[in-house]
Design a protein around this ligand. Structure first.
Ligand code: 2HA
Ligand code: ZN
Length: 286
């Protein structure tokens, strides 16, 4: 309207930023983010980024990425900061997280909002961006959230079980059969690797083509989802199943009454789930 200034939309007033902050806080309250553990990224919709242009810095320097990410070139991401505490996210959001823009080649990024006080994106930025790209491609753009946390029970389980996709999947499905509805595709498992490296990022990408959740053994869990709710829910479900698993094996002298592979198949039929048969193998065969 003539004579009236258009109000500038502010990052922190958006539903997406509020959802990002809420998820970080929820993870903290679950006990998954000791110290600066864990990180979160969200691939913004074009419309969300366009609406915020006026609130973005224009003069930030481009910083080179260790990889070229053509399929997410030019996109904007909300990212938690390196060395930042999820615990402080709601108290000081502009210090704790930021928005980065990727250049048109997908080879560099710049910080257009937040990460004040010389902050940098999460140390797991390669894992986040490379997996954001993989999940964008394999889900035809549906997935936007990548989340890494340090939940104690699934970490404990990775000290006890053989580090195989089939074994983790089957054990968690058995102990909490509704897991098969939350992650019907199963879960991937990586051995312990050095955090923050391109190698852990690349190995995760291989598994994330097939799965939405990957165990980083003796470290944590890495998940992807189409919304904050689904990514958080996936993290929560895996961790809860691991908790029940450990509780049941901690009771001495009792046999566990776990559902059979056939019962899981029947549940799959009832709920029209496609459970890959490789996870319903006869355990005696391995
Ligand atoms: O400290 O969780 O994996 C952040 C991390 C690295
Ligand atoms: Zn970690």
């Amino acid at each position: 309207m003539a004579g009236k200034e258009k109000a500038v939309m502010k990052v922190l007033d958006t539903e997406t930023a509020q959802g990002f902050i809420r998820m970080s806080e929820d993870g903290w309250h679950q006990g998954w983010h000791e110290c600066h553990g864990g990180n979160l990224t969200y691939r913004m919709k074009k419309r969300e980024a366009d609406n915020l242009r006026e609130d973005f810095r224009k003069d930030a320097p481009w910083l080179t990425l260790p990889v070229r990410l053509k399929s997410i070139a030019g996109e904007f991401f909300m990212v938690t900061g390196s060395g930042k505490f999820m615990r402080n996210m709601a108290l000081d959001p502009a210090d704790s997280f930021g928005i980065i823009e990727l250049n048109e080649e997908g080879s560099a990024y710049r910080i257009v909002w937040g990460l004040e006080n010389m902050g940098k994106p999460t140390s797991e930025l390669p894992a986040h961006l490379m997996n954001q790209e993989v999940k964008k491609l394999v889900t035809e753009g549906r997935h936007r959230v990548v989340y890494h946390a340090h939940p104690a029970n699934i970490i404990a389980l990775s000290f006890l079980l053989p580090l195989r996709d089939e074994i983790f999947t089957r054990e968690l499905w058995e102990i909490m059969p509704e897991c098969a509805m939350t992650f019907p595709g199963g879960i991937g498992v990586l051995p312990w690797m050095i955090p923050g490296t391109k190698e852990i990022a690349q190995r995760s990408c291989e598994l994330m083509k097939e799965y939405d959740v990957v165990v980083w053994a003796q470290h944590g869990l890495f998940v992807s989802g189409d919304s904050f709710d689904h990514a958080f829910g996936l993290m929560h479900t895996v961790e809860k199943a691991a908790d029940i698993y450990l509780k049941t094996i901690s009771v001495p002298g009792r046999e566990r009454l776990i559902p059979s592979a056939q019962e899981l198949r029947e549940m799959a039929t009832r709920f029209r789930l496609k459970l890959p048969e490789k996870f319903l193998y006869n355990k005696d065969c391995i």
